[in-house]
Design a protein around this ligand. Structure first.
Ligand SMILES: *[C@@H]1O[C@H](CO)[C@@H](O)[C@H](O)[C@H]1NC(C)=O
Ligand SMILES: *[C@@H]1O[C@H](CO)[C@@H](O)[C@H](O)[C@H]1NC(C)=O
Ligand SMILES: *[C@@H]1O[C@H](CO)[C@@H](O)[C@H](O)[C@H]1NC(C)=O
Ligand SMILES: *[C@@H]1O[C@H](CO)[C@@H](O)[C@H](O)[C@H]1NC(C)=O
Ligand SMILES: *[C@@H]1O[C@H](CO)[C@@H](O)[C@H](O)[C@H]1NC(C)=O
Ligand SMILES: *[C@@H]1O[C@H](CO)[C@@H](O)[C@H](O)[C@H]1NC(C)=O
Ligand SMILES: *[C@@H]1O[C@H](CO)[C@@H](O)[C@H](O)[C@H]1NC(C)=O
Ligand SMILES: *[C@@H]1O[C@H](CO)[C@@H](O)[C@H](O)[C@H]1NC(C)=O
Ligand SMILES: *[C@@H]1O[C@H](CO)[C@@H](O)[C@H](O)[C@H]1NC(C)=O
Ligand SMILES: *[C@@H]1O[C@H](CO)[C@@H](O)[C@H](O)[C@H]1NC(C)=O
Ligand SMILES: *[C@@H]1O[C@H](CO)[C@@H](O)[C@H](O)[C@H]1NC(C)=O
Ligand SMILES: *[C@@H]1O[C@H](CO)[C@@H](O)[C@H](O)[C@H]1NC(C)=O
Ligand SMILES: [Cu+2]
Length: 530
């Protein structure tokens, strides 16, 4: 991890959080540059060439303060033809206003990717949002090659600040699946064998081990006895989920996907791809080393003998403890009656907003009727159009009949409430993610409770054979991606686009010339550079 000056400043400010200090007002605009390069990387001891922001995995952390506008210049310097050479970036969970929808980075929905030698600058006003976010390539499965990083928006007036003492760079935690081979070879293998490539390892804070691999030192998180830490856990997986616990310690959840919650104490939680949680851990046990169990759950695990879920873990190390691994067994965390699991439907926002009654209902049946390499919503596999949805809409194509069935594009008038019920009869567990805004989870999978009074709001929720029902508003005219965050499912069809108030788009969306140039430039690229 590199510490930028602003990060150091924040760390200093946050270390004196308990005392009331008047932080200097943040700069209204923060300029960030990310150079996307190919370079060697070895988080689990196996060296491969990755697609990396500034040459590191994860990329440099983006650290912002409430109210800032981020101006992120992304320079594509990719040279390796064995992986995708174009790119486009999504800042997961950051709300995007309608007039800025062209800056949200979804290929063939709101933008075209950009090729080697090109740059694009994303302007992202953060508004009132605070919390835990991340950025990643949104093109194909490219982020599995390493293009992922954290984005934290600190709140100088956090209403939950009294619950913790420390919230700085050291308390940002990531879990991620990791492959030794490229995502392009993984995708080709998937199409050929119908088996989604199983990762070689699971990483905690960008370190991990695989069977017969080197004993890479596990990432240790340092705590001082007596203090309370706000950990911010981000699941940067492309496919796997993680079951996270800390031996002998509880975790009090206070945030889900950028939404502050009432404190909810658990000792084990599952985090699905794309999701984020903040939880408070009090360092109140004997000074020592404790396992952070980050058990990686991957379907078809037997297809990659490198993967060993037990080896995916970190260490909670008290200051004063030996620089060594815990002597206790490596487990998958509490089980049976000892396990206090996080149940999504028990999370209550600190600032509850009742879910409005739906004006429209939509049902998604998720299927793989042909074979495992074609996921469908109601028997229609999403195929990206060659002309991005937003480009078409700006050209006046705003009727349902303007969209091919394979675009899975569902149109609604502006300023309405849409309810989507997602049926996942085979209990695959798809983490559905909405771009640009949050949804209300009115019925989480795993419960019969329908909560329209104070449901959790977030941008990723998991489906299952218990059915998931969410609601959202169409207040922001524009096309918004709504897709499974398991990118191997997404690239083979498990995606849709919510066309909100498309008639209004021409009035509210005025893209820049830089954006206008992206599609002609991309279309002119040879396939090897796309
Ligand atoms: C990324 O690298 C570029 C070039 O060295 C540098 O200017 C920029 O500040 C770096 N970005 C971050 C977020 O550290
Ligand atoms: C990566 O995939 C390519 C193409 O399928 C294959 O030739 C190569 O052996 C693989 N490399 C590793 C490290 O698995
Ligand atoms: C991360 O997301 C992946 C993909 O949904 C999921 O399989 C995995 O369980 C998640 N990890 C955690 C810790 O939730
Ligand atoms: C941690 O938990 C285990 C199992 O409950 C218990 O045996 C052990 O004494 C605990 N250790 C500490 C330091 O509290
Ligand atoms: C996974 O790693 C653990 C800890 O080193 C080891 O005991 C176990 O045998 C490994 N499992 C497999 C299937 O290799
Ligand atoms: C949508 O479904 C709900 C039940 O979940 C029902 O109460 C409501 O009448 C339906 N609305 C429309 C517009 O069909
Ligand atoms: C999907 O199919 C179900 C059941 O046939 C239907 O009720 C629903 O309206 C369809 N949804 C879409 C988006 O076509
Ligand atoms: C989708 O196709 C399957 C058969 O392949 C059929 O059983 C099912 O009813 C269809 N579902 C919808 C919503 O059309
Ligand atoms: C339009 O949809 C049909 C199937 O409904 C598909 O065969 C065709 O390839 C699609 N065309 C385009 C341009 O996506
Ligand atoms: C939607 O609401 C906004 C804000 O109240 C308003 O400016 C806009 O005209 C409305 N659009 C429609 C189509 O009603
Ligand atoms: C969904 O909920 C059902 C219970 O209603 C549970 O059996 C299933 O395992 C859950 N699926 C996932 C993916 O969590
Ligand atoms: C999920 O939805 C399907 C289709 O509406 C229904 O048949 C099934 O009973 C629902 N499952 C649960 C657990 O509510
Ligand atoms: Cu999925």
């Amino acid at each position: 991890m590199q510490l930028s000056p602003s990060l150091l400043l924040l760390a200093l400010l946050n270390s004196v959080h308990a005392a009331t200090v008047l932080a200097p007002a943040p700069e209204p605009t923060q300029f960030i540059t990310l150079d996307i390069v190919n370079g060697p990387v070895a988080p689990d001891g196996f060296t491969r060439i990755g697609v990396l922001a500034n040459g590191t995995f994860p990329g440099p952390p983006i650290v912002a303060t409430k109210g800032q506008t981020l101006v992120v210049k992304v320079n594509n310097k990719l040279t390796d033809n064995t992986m995708r050479r174009s790119t486009t970036m999504n800042f997961d969970g950051v709300f995007i206003d309608s007039d800025n929808v062209f800056n949200e980075g979804s290929p063939f929905v709101t933008t075209c990717p950009f090729g080697p030698g090109e740059s694009y600058t994303y302007t992202l006003p953060l508004g009132d949002q605070t919390g835990t976010f991340w950025y990643h390539s949104q093109l194909s499965v490219q982020y599995a090659d390493g293009l992922r990083g954290t984005l934290i928006v600190y709140d100088p007036d956090d209403p939950l600040a009294h619950l913790y003492d420390v919230d700085d760079a050291s308390t940002v935690l990531t879990v991620a699946d990791w492959w030794h081979n490229t995502s392009t070879s993984g995708l080709a293998g998937y199409i050929a064998t119908q088996i989604i490539p199983v990762s070689d390892s699971g990483l905690f804070n960008a370190r991990g081990r695989y069977n017969s691999g080197p004993e890479v030192e596990y990432a240790a998180v340092s705590v001082v006895k007596g203090k309370r830490y706000r950990f911010r856990l981000i699941n940067m997986s492309a496919r796997a989920n993680f079951v996270v616990s800390i031996d002998n310690h509880t975790m009090t959840i206070i945030e889900a996907d950028g939404v502050a919650t009432e404190p909810n104490e658990v000792n084990i939680l599952t985090i699905y791809p794309g999701q984020r949680y903040s939880f408070v851990v009090t360092a109140n046990k004997a000074v020592g080393n404790y396992w952070i169990n980050a058990f990686i759950n991957s379907g078809n695990a037997a297809h990659n003998l490198n993967l060993n879920s037990t080896l995916s873990r970190g260490i909670l190390r008290y200051v004063g403890a030996q620089d060594e691994e815990p002597q206790t067994p490596m487990t998958a965390g509490p089980t049976g009656p000892d396990a206090v699991m996080l149940n999504e439907w028990e999370l209550v926002p600190l600032d509850p907003i009742p879910a409005p009654e739906p004006d429209f209902n939509l049902t998604f049946n998720t299927f793989m009727p042909v074979d495992l390499t074609e996921w469908e919503i109601n028997n229609s596999s999403y195929i990206p159009p060659t002309v991005p949805t937003l480009v078409k809409v700006l050209q006046g194509e705003t009727q349902q009949s303007d969209f091919n069935k394979t675009e899975n594009t569902f149109l609604f008038p502006a300023n309405k409430t849409v309810q989507v019920e997602i049926i996942d009869a085979t209990n695959e567990g798809h983490p559905f993610h909405l771009h640009g805004m949050n949804f209300w989870v009115v019925k989480a999978n795993g419960t019969d409770i329908i909560n329209t009074v104070n449901p959790i709001r977030r941008d990723v929720s998991i489906t299952g054979n218990g059915n998931l029902t969410v609601r959202f508003r169409t207040d922001k005219p524009g096309p918004w991606f709504f897709h499974c965050h398991i990118f191997y499912h997404f690239v083979v069809g498990l995606g849709s686009v919510i066309g909100a108030g498309l008639d209004e788009v021409a009035k509210t969306v005025h893209p820049t010339e830089a954006w206008e140039r992206l599609c002609p430039a991309y279309d002119a690229l040879p396939p090897s550079e796309q």
